[in-house]
Design a protein around this ligand. Structure first.
Ligand code: SF4
Ligand code: SF4
Length: 97
């Protein structure tokens, strides 16, 4: 089963990058498809207070092949930022964001 998870970076434009931010998708996903990491190599020269700067964290889907197509993350996302192509099935947000 081919799975493609698209995260609209414009819609998820602030909270997803911050590990203390939204992450509703990450929390609701039972198979643990999502993860966050700094989008740059860890740099201890960055001042401590800047390490959770929204620009240095990114939401990823490293285990997209664990997705079971439940759609929970798509429903939970307050921004309507997630769309999933799960084989033949398209799982898209139903509410406007
Ligand atoms: S559709 Fe379900 S299993 Fe797939 S990423 Fe979203 S919450 Fe996880
Ligand atoms: S639920 Fe939506 S807005 Fe929140 S972190 Fe996930 S993709 Fe971003």
């Amino acid at each position: 089963m081919e799975v493609k998870i698209n995260i609209d970076r414009e819609k998820c434009n602030y909270s997803m990058y911050d590990p203390s931010g939204c992450k509703k998708c990450l929390q609701i996903c039972t198979p643990k498809v999502f993860a966050t990491r700094p989008n740059r190599k860890r740099d201890f020269s960055i001042p401590k207070e800047k390490r959770i700067d929204p620009t240095i964290w990114i939401l990823l889907t490293p285990w997209a092949d664990y997705c079971n197509g439940c759609g929970a993350c798509v429903e939970a996302c307050p921004k309507g930022a997630i769309t999933i192509q799960f084989g033949e099935k398209l799982i898209a947000p139903t509410r406007a964001s």
